[in-house]
Design a binder for this molecule. Structure first.
Ligand code: P6P
Length: 344
């Protein structure tokens, strides 16, 4: 029987050298919030929490009651611990400063409390996405500069998937590790150590309803993914899977190999995926799993954020698949492709 490793034990055993109790305890806090949200999510159909909260968030999207609940839980688990100097949430217009009565910490938490919320009422998997930075200036109370950091500066990132089981997948820059919640024990147990993108990839994910809004290069790329572009065939034809829940699509592709695409299009010139608390954490994870995440031209992790809720075109998965997309977009822009890293 394999040894039982709780997330608490694993975090301690693998905590980065620089981590003192603050960083390690912050990861515990996120695991605790995940358990509370999972408990509520698994009962969403049973209580009256289904349906709309009546409010709309900064994105102008109808907030689901679980959105509001998840955002509130993460805030209340983290606001008083003295581990953070600031937070930023998809559900809140401004950055979240730590209330004056609480000690300020040296980390920053950015999060999408419940991504894919349009799937809540139809019982499709949804998720929480988070990223952790160090504060830029440890002496000052949280400022926007602490939150608007490039993804390359992340010290940890992860997601929680509320699906057929609840999983927490995270990285601190030492590989990607997955934990499955045992509801009886109330513990996240190590179930997927050192997750790596399989090759050849199995799936590609994109919303084909927008095909006519994409640039010709992106339309050409989708034909290439389908094996109908007449270029060199893939080692294995890719299957199409898209359920409109980023964490669920990303997780499946991480486990089986593939690419998630949310391209720029005529009605969304910067795509839909938010840079700070969706694209960057997932880009850090996919790189740690041997993959790559691009905005179509360069690594998402190298984008210098200018706004809290800015969006980016997002392509994340096996390097060879993402490089081909960049190649087609470069050709379309009349840029040289010779310096592109080979699809490897
Ligand atoms: P579309 C959910 O709102 C979300 O942000 C992601 O979870 C998901 O991948 C995407 O939007 C789906 O967007 O335009 O395909 O419905």
């Amino acid at each position: 029987m394999s040894k039982i490793v709780t997330i608490e034990r694993f975090i301690l055993e693998y905590q980065p050298d620089y981590a003192r109790g603050e960083f390690t305890n912050l990861l515990y806090d996120i695991a605790l919030a995940a358990k509370v949200i999972a408990h509520k999510t698994n009962r969403a159909g049973l209580t009256d929490i289904l349906g709309r909260a009546g409010a709309t968030n900064i994105q102008g999207e109808q907030q689901q009651k679980l959105d509001v609940f998840a955002d509130d839980i993460i805030f209340r688990v983290c606001d008083h611990t003295g581990r953070l100097c600031a937070m930023a949430s998809e559900e809140r217009e401004e950055i979240i400063c730590i209330p004056e009565q609480f000690k300020k910490g040296s980390y920053v938490l950015v999060y999408d409390p419940l991504d894919g919320s349009s799937n809540i009422d139809v019982n499709v998997s949804i998720g929480t996405i988070f990223g952790i930075y160090r504060c830029v200036d440890w002496d000052l109370r949280g400022r926007e500069e602490d939150v608007l950091q490039a993804g390359r500066k992340l010290v940890a990132a992860g997601y929680v998937l509320y699906g057929s089981s609840t999983m927490l997948v995270y990285t601190t820059g030492q590989g990607v590790h997955g934990f499955t919640l045992d509801p009886e024990l109330g513990e996240f147990l190590l179930s997927h150590e050192n997750m790596r993108l399989p090759d050849p990839p199995a799936y590609y994910s994109v919303n084909h309803a927008y095909y006519h809004r994409w640039s010709p290069a992106v339309q050409r790329y989708m034909r290439w993914l389908q094996g109908s572009e007449g270029e060199e065939e893939h080692a294995k034809p890719l299957s199409f899977r898209y359920i409109g829940s980023l964490v669920a699509d990303f997780h499946r592709n991480l486990l089986r190999g593939g690419i998630f695409c949310y391209p720029a299009e005529t009605k969304k010139p910067n795509g839909k995926i938010r840079l700070l608390y969706e694209a960057n954490p997932l880009a850090f994870l996919i790189e740690q799993a041997g993959g790559y995440a691009s905005d179509g031209a360069n690594s998402v992790l190298d984008i210098e954020p200018t706004e809290l809720h800015q969006r980016t075109p997002f392509y994340a998965g096996n390097r060879s698949l993402v490089y081909q997309l960049e190649r087609y977009l470069r050709e379309e822009a009349g840029q040289p492709v010779s310096d592109l890293v080979s699809g490897g």
